[in-house]
Design a protein around this ligand. Structure first.
Ligand SMILES: CC(=O)N[C@H]1[C@@H](OP(=O)(O)OP(=O)(O)OC[C@H]2O[C@@H](n3ccc(=O)[nH]c3=O)[C@H](O)[C@@H]2O)O[C@H](CO)[C@@H](O)[C@@H]1O
Ligand SMILES: C=C(OP(=O)(O)O)C(=O)O
Length: 417
């Protein structure tokens, strides 16, 4: 079983290029199924989730080629409408293929998606919304058998929560549906806007992405297009916490600084100086980090739940008490038990975690139980004295492209063995 070996307390320096966003690339790949022509996606990260999306598209019958950061999808040959259970279980985004498949083939057979285990992750909002748009969905023994008996039709959908995935699924389904779809209380994450930009480049008529109300006028046909995936704001935030906890100065480049606006105040509160440029951010950490009074995860433009774990890792060495309130997922503190092994002092009660900063972390053997929890262990390991061994790398490989190589290039003593 491979692991990361980290000899902590080395300072980082230099510049890291941030890869394309996992959470944009995957819905864009699903959406390409709608197109009547080739789609070229630039800046696709080399992640296992992207490999899974390629496997799904190929299973459906699409031609997919990948060279470096480009994924070229020819969806014209798609003919299968099922996704095998083992591919559904690989990642959360497999459910985003539902809207695309029914739109393209009038039928879809799939099962419940996998992804990080963060407590219950129902798909009720996806299913009820698609039902409203004319998809007949039968749920049986964990299998979803979906048919479109009378064509897809636009609908007014009032989401009870601004779910990122449900918003994406509805947007994709609405593009070729008859009439107008209005999504109220839509998610506003940058990845939603990226999906709308891609679909609009293909000829869709989507207005309001990035706001709480999104309108989609159905069109008859979408063409292919060329699209550059937005940078991964969570990978960027993770590198910023790595710089902060190691007392380093680092330039995080190829980012959209505006997308990191919800995270930057937390880094500033901890005493880091954060300088913003057109497409990069320079972070200079103080000798001793200060506590962050409180962090409450919220839908965008609130503090992202995906950055909660790495930022928590950073506060384990900050002076004073930091408080976290996880509002998005019921069980997103699985990294806490592992951070305790490294000497952190954290107490969890329900949705609240209280971190008492300690003077030092000491290396230990730890195991990632989810993607960002794994990133938190790497961040803490970079500052821990002695050797930290991180297991559970398949989680990290879902969301970070060569994390150990990138950190080693910055001066960290880290390798995969
Ligand atoms: C691949 C991808 O883009 N993943 C991101 C996406 O996940 P994902 O799209 O799964 O997250 P959602 O925004 O849908 O989930 C947010 C909350 O809504 C609930 N919910 C969601 C759908 C539903 O049908 N019913 C329901 O109750 C969830 O249980 C959760 O409590 O957004 C999350 C929130 O920013 C991020 O942490 C994930 O990294
Ligand atoms: C929770 C995440 O991913 P997923 O939704 O794919 O499980 C994440 O990217 O932090």
């Amino acid at each position: 079983m491979s692991k990361l070996l980290i000899h902590g307390t080395k300072k980082l320096k230099g510049e890291v290029q941030i890869h394309g966003a996992k959470n944009s690339t995957l819905p864009l790949m699903a959406a390409s199924l709608l197109c009547a022509g080739e789609c070229v996606l630039h800046n696709c990260p080399a992640l296992s989730d992207v490999d899974t999306a390629i496997k799904i598209l190929r299973h459906l019958g699409c031609k997919v080629e990948r060279t470096a950061g480009d994924v070229v999808i020819n969806p014209l040959t798609a003919k299968n409408y099922d996704i095998p259970d083992h591919l559904m279980r690989e990642m959360r985004s497999s459910i985003i293929f539902l809207g695309a498949i029914v739109s393209r083939l009038d039928r879809a057979i799939l099962s419940f998606p996998g992804g990080c285990e963060l407590g219950p992750r129902p798909i009720d909002l996806h299913l009820s919304s698609l039902r409203k748009m004319g998809v007949d969905i039968r749920e049986d023994h964990g299998c979803l058998d979906c048919v479109v008996p009378n064509g897809l039709k636009g609908a007014v959908i009032n989401l009870s929560f601004p779910s990122v995935g449900a918003t994406e699924n509805i947007m994709i389904t609405a593009c070729l549906a008859k009439g107008k779809t209005v999504i109220n209380n839509a998610a506003r994450e940058p990845e939603i806007s990226d999906l709308a930009d891609f679909l609009n480049s293909c000829g869709a008529k989507i207005h309001g992405a990035g706001n709480s109300t999104i309108c989609v006028e159905g069109v008859r046909r979408l063409t292919g297009c060329e699209h550059f995936v937005i940078p991964d704001r969570i990978a960027a935030a993770t590198f910023m916490t790595a710089a902060a906890i190691t007392g380093s100065t680092l330039t995080v480049s190829s980012v959209i600084p505006e997308h990191l606006a919800p995270v930057i105040p937390a880094l500033e509160e901890s005493g880091c100086q954060v300088d913003l440029y057109d497409s990069s951010i320079r972070i200079s950490a103080p000798k001793h980090l200060s506590r962050i009074k409180s962090i409450r995860t919220m839908p965008y433009p609130g503090f992202p739940t995906d950055a909660q774990a790495p930022v928590m890792a950073m506060t384990t060495l900050a002076e004073g008490t930091s408080m976290f309130v996880e509002n998005i997922f019921e069980s997103r503190y699985k990294h806490v038990g592992e951070l305790l092994r490294l000497g952190a002092n954290i107490k969890v009660e329900g949705r609240v975690a209280v971190v008492e900063g300690v003077k030092r972390l000491s290396g230990a053997t730890v195991e990632a139980s989810d993607l960002r929890g794994g990133a938190a262990l790497v961040v803490a390991g970079l500052a821990a004295q002695g050797i930290t061994e991180v297991y559970g790398l398949h989680h990290l490989d879902r969301g970070y492209e060569s994390i150990e190589k990138n950190l080693a290039l910055l001066g960290a003593d880290i390798r995969r063995v």
